[in-house]
Design a protein around this ligand. Structure first.
Ligand code: MN3
Length: 330
C-alpha cells in the first residue's frame, strides 16, 4: 500500500484543482458533441447542475476547517472519518472530473500496446473487459459507478461502488487508482434512455476516450523504455508495418494498399537515418538497404494493381527484413 500512497501523492502534484476551493474543470467538448450516444440536455444538466452542485457543496462543507489545506486524495484516504456531506460531494467532484476526460467525440481512440496487452492478460480480451464493466455497472443497485482501476500491486481490476464512492476511498471495498469510470446514476442517462440502463451502457463505448484511459494507466504504470526510443525512424516504420502486415495476414489488404507509398518512404527514411551507436554494424546497414528496396518493390506492386498473392509475398519479405534488423540490434 506504500506504493499507492506515493502515487496518490504524485497525482496530487500532477492534477490541477485537487484542493480547496474546488472548481468545475473545463469541458473539452461541446454539450452536443457526444450525440447521439449521450444527449446534449443530459450533458448540460449533468455538468452545470450536478457536478457544479457537488463542488459547491464540498467547498461549503469544508470551508473554515483544516481540510481546506488537504488535497482531495488526502480526504479520500481518510474519508470514513468524514460526514456523508464531505464523502458524497468529494466523490462527486472527483468522479465527474475524471468522467468528462474519459469521454470524447473523437473516433478511433485506442488503448496503446501496453494497456491492450494488460487487458488481454487480465480479462482475456477487450470485449470481455467491456462485458465485465457493463455487468458491474448494470448490477450496481441504485446509484453508483463502475470502475476500471489499478490495484496496489499494479493489476487491472473491475468493480463498482455505491453513491459517489470510488476506489481511492479508505471506506471502499475495492481499492486502487481508477482509470475509467462509468456514471450509472439515473441523472447520467434517464432523459434519453429512461429505465434502459443497458442501452446507455452499450452506447457509451462509442465515446470512451482510450487515449486518456491510456494516459491515466501510464501515470500509474510507466511505459517501459524501449530499446528503440532514440531511433524514431524505426519506430515510425514499425508502426506502419504492423498495422498493414497483420491485417493483410488476415486477408484484409485495404490498409497496405492505401499505405504502401507511406511505408516505402518510411523505409527509405529508416535506411538513410542516423543509426544509434549501440546498433551500428555493416550488417545493419546492408539489411536496411534490402528493407528499403523491398518496400519500394512492394509499393510498385500495389501501384500496378498486382495480385494480393504477389503483394503478400513482398510484404512478407519486407516483414522478414525488419525482423532481421530487430534481431541484429539485440
Ligand atoms: Mn453523475
Amino acid at each position: 500500500m506504500k506504493n499507492l500512497l506515493f502515487l496518490i501523492l504524485l497525482m496530487t502534484l500532477t492534477q490541477a484543482h485537487s484542493q480547496y476551493p474546488y472548481k468545475l474543470p473545463e469541458l473539452k467538448y461541446g454539450y452536443a458533441d457526444l450525440e447521439p450516444f449521450i444527449d446534449s440536455t443530459t450533458m448540460y444538466i449533468h455538468y452545470n447542475k450536478h457536478h457544479s452542485g457537488y463542488i459547491n457543496n464540498l467547498n461549503n462543507a469544508i470551508k473554515n476547517s483544516v481540510d481546506t489545506a488537504k488535497s482531495i486524495f488526502e480526504l479520500f484516504a481518510n474519508i470514513s472519518k468524514y460526514s456523508d456531506a464531505v464523502r458524497n460531494n468529494a466523490g462527486g467532484f472527483y468522479n465527474h472530473s475524471l468522467f468528462w476526460t474519459i469521454l470524447t467525440p473523437e473516433k478511433n481512440t485506442q488503448a496503446d500496446q501496453f494497456l491492450q496487452e494488460d487487458i488481454q492478460k487480465t480479462f482475456g480480451s477487450m470485449d470481455s473487459l467491456k462485458k465485465l464493466l457493463n455487468k458491474a455497472a448494470s448490477s450496481r443497485f441504485g446509484s453508483g459507478w463502475a470502475w476500471l482501476y489499478i490495484t496496489a500491486d499494479n493489476k487491472l481490476a473491475v468493480g463498482s461502488s455505491p453513491n459517489q464512492d470510488n476506489p481511492l476511498m479508505d471506506a471502499s471495498p475495492i481499492k486502487g487508482i481508477p482509470i475509467l469510470g462509468i456514471d450509472v446514476w439515473e441523472h447520467a442517462y434517464y432523459l434519453k434512455y429512461q429505465n434502459r440502463r443497458g442501452d446507455y451502457l452499450s452506447a457509451i463505448w462509442n465515446v470512451i476516450n482510450w487515449n486518456e484511459v491510456t494516459r491515466r494507466y501510464h501515470e500509474v504504470i510507466p511505459k517501459p523504455k524501449g530499446k528503440f526510443d532514440d531511433w524514431k525512424e524505426i519506430l515510425n516504420f514499425h508502426e506502419l508495418l504492423s498495422t498493414s502486415f497483420h491485417s493483410a495476414e488476415k486477408g484484409n489488404f485495404a490498409i497496405i494498399k492505401s499505405q504502401s507509398s507511406k511505408l516505402s518512404s518510411a523505409a527509405q527514411a529508416l535506411a538513410s537515418s542516423k543509426i544509434p551507436n549501440a546498433f551500428k554494424s555493416p550488417q545493419i546497414t546492408s539489411i536496411l538497404k534490402s528493407l528499403a528496396s523491398e518496400a519500394k518493390t512492394l509499393d510498385k506492386l500495389v501501384k500496378k494493381k498486382s495480385s494480393d498473392k504477389k503483394i503478400m509475398k513482398a510484404l512478407n519479405s519486407t516483414h522478414e527484413f525488419f525482423h532481421k534488423i530487430v534481431e541484429e540490434c539485440k
